[in-house]
Design a protein around this ligand. Structure first.
Ligand SMILES: Cc1cc2nc3c(=O)[nH]c(=O)nc-3n(C[C@H](O)[C@H](O)[C@H](O)COP(=O)(O)OP(=O)(O)OC[C@H]3O[C@@H](n4cnc5c(N)ncnc54)[C@H](O)[C@@H]3O)c2cc1C
Length: 439
């Protein structure tokens, strides 16, 4: 008889896990609450929605996330295959047309005879239904989040922010210029809005003075350092943005050959280039303030039509090293596995990778064999080290993390070539080690 697994949450982790299980011959009931109910950040009706940026970050294996892309492709990942097929130009980043991406993942799953997608909100943790995978993400609906809180003994959370998107025809092309940083990719994949020193300082002052979403909605907010709202960065110093998301290095204006003091980079949202994402411009300015400040202080956006405005959301995760076993099942409920951002991995790619990991753990459980963890020195292994606490410096608290080389075990001996040499050595070692784990 075909074995059946219940997955709750049809996002990055849930879809990847469903795919892995179905391809191994296990039937899957995938419960997704959209389109009947949605989190405050989800807007599409389909599965596997990218809620903020449309980028799966660097595709260069010299970066840990690029290495994770490579491993996932070799592992037959649905998310990576769909991303490759719906890719839009974005230098060496893997950015996608989010609607086509979501549609393609949905179609692939719907076409699989072992996958049944059920569109309903799950309000109670399923019991007595065999193995269950909970992949409801950082914005898990309230009823289920409350149950999980009881089970996981307290709930941790931080705040994550979304960047605005503008319509192509509303961008002033006499000001914006096309160029990728250091001419990567096709060389001109991004649009850039140049700011001189005075324009930049006026913008920073406006940001600091601008009205933010009322503090009581975001009591004592703790942000993820990799996704700070621009006004929080601006509070840390006047030039912080010019060294962060508005960094002009490698983005000299081809019309003058000069490097502006700062730039706003716009990344294509779709292949046709009808919409552009303000890269790194996540914010909790109120919506009227975003319209006013961005139009008044960002050159090229005076007539901007905003297709989406920035927002901030609470982001839920559990303390994985304490509440989860190495195979990502709950210590207090071994039939219930967790995957995705809920476990404290951060990012689309990491969430998909975690879904793959959890699916393999479920397959091991169904086959009655011990869990085969990924080799430690691979990107999959580094994520697993994060989840088990093996990568955490003693005495530090568990916080969500992207995949970074700091999570990998140290390289043996000295490596030539400085930082770049170490990254290459990590990638080469990972490529050797992942081999036996690929089934
Ligand atoms: C505001 C915000 C912005 C972010 N921006 C980025 C970014 O730019 N880049 C990046 O790499 N990562 C970003 N992240 C982080 C994270 O990687 C993504 O949220 C990612 O989608 C997490 O994958 P997941 O599968 O764990 O959850 P999701 O992709 O959110 O999937 C969970 C799914 O479960 C469904 N669901 C929830 N509760 C229930 C229920 N009770 N019953 C049935 N279905 C349910 C949801 O509708 C959703 O489809 C952001 C997160 C947030 C909150």
């Amino acid at each position: 008889m075909t074995q059946r697994v219940t997955i709750v949450g049809g996002g990055l982790a849930g879809c990847e896990a469903a795919w892995r299980l179905a391809r191994a011959g296990v039937a899957v009931d995938l419960h997704e609450m959209k389109p009947g109910h949605r989190s405050p950040a989800h807007v599409l009706d389909g599965l596997c929605e990218l809620v903020c940026s449309n980028s799966l970050r660097s595709d260069n294996p010299g970066n840990a996330v690029g290495l994770l892309h490579e491993e996932l492709r070799r592992l037959g990942s649905l998310v990576l295959a769909a991303a490759d097929e719906t890719r839009v130009p974005a230098g060496d980043a893997l950015a996608v047309d989010r609607e086509r991406f979501s549609r393609l993942v949905g179609e692939r799953l719907a076409a699989h005879p072992l996958v049944r997608v059920i569109h309903e909100e799950v309000t109670r943790l399923p019991t007595g239904q065999g193995l269950v995978l909970l992949a409801t993400g950082p914005l898990t609906a309230d009823a289920l989040a409350a149950e999980l809180q009881t089970l996981a003994g307290g709930r941790l959370a931080f705040y994550d922010a979304i960047a605005p998107i503008v319509a192509d025809e509303s961008i002033d092309r006499t000001i914006a210029y096309a160029k990728s940083r250091y001419d990567k990719g096709a060389g001109a994949d991004y649009l850039n809005l140049p700011l001189d020193r005075d324009q930049y300082r006026a913008f920073v002052a406006a940001l600091l003075a601008g009205q933010k979403v009322a503090a009581h909605d975001f009591e004592a907010p703790r942000y993820f350092e990799g996704c700070l709202p621009i006004e929080v960065m601006a509070e840390r110093g006047e030039e912080v943005l010019a060294h962060g998301p508005m960094k002009p290095v490698g983005l000299e204006d081809p019309r003058t050959g000069l490097r502006p003091h700062a730039v706003v980079q716009l990344r294509r949202e779709d292949a046709a280039g009808t919409a552009w994402n303000l890269v790194g411009f996540q914010t909790r300015l109120t919506w009227p303030e975003q319209r006013r400040i961005f139009r008044e202080f960002l050159p090229g956006l005076a007539a901007a039509e905003f297709l989406r405005l920035g927002q901030v959301h609470r982001n839920t995760f559990v303390e994985a090293p304490r509440v989860l076993s190495a195979d990502l099942s709950l210590r207090d409920r071994p039939d219930l596995f967790l995957a995705g951002q809920l476990t404290g991995v951060e990012g689309y790619v990491e969430s998909a990778a975690c879904g793959h990991l959890a699916a393999r753990a479920i397959l091991d459980r169904l086959a009655g064999r011990p869990f085969r963890a990924p080799p430690e020195a691979t990107a999959m292994g580094a994520l697993h080290r994060h989840l088990t606490g093996a990568a955490r410096p003693p005495g530090t608290e568990y916080q969500p993390s992207n995949v970074i080389y700091a999570l990998f075990p140290p390289l043996p001996g000295r490596v030539r070539g400085g930082k770049e040499g170490r990254k290459l050595a990590h990638a080469e070692r990972a490529r050797r080690e992942i081999e036996p784990w690929i089934e």
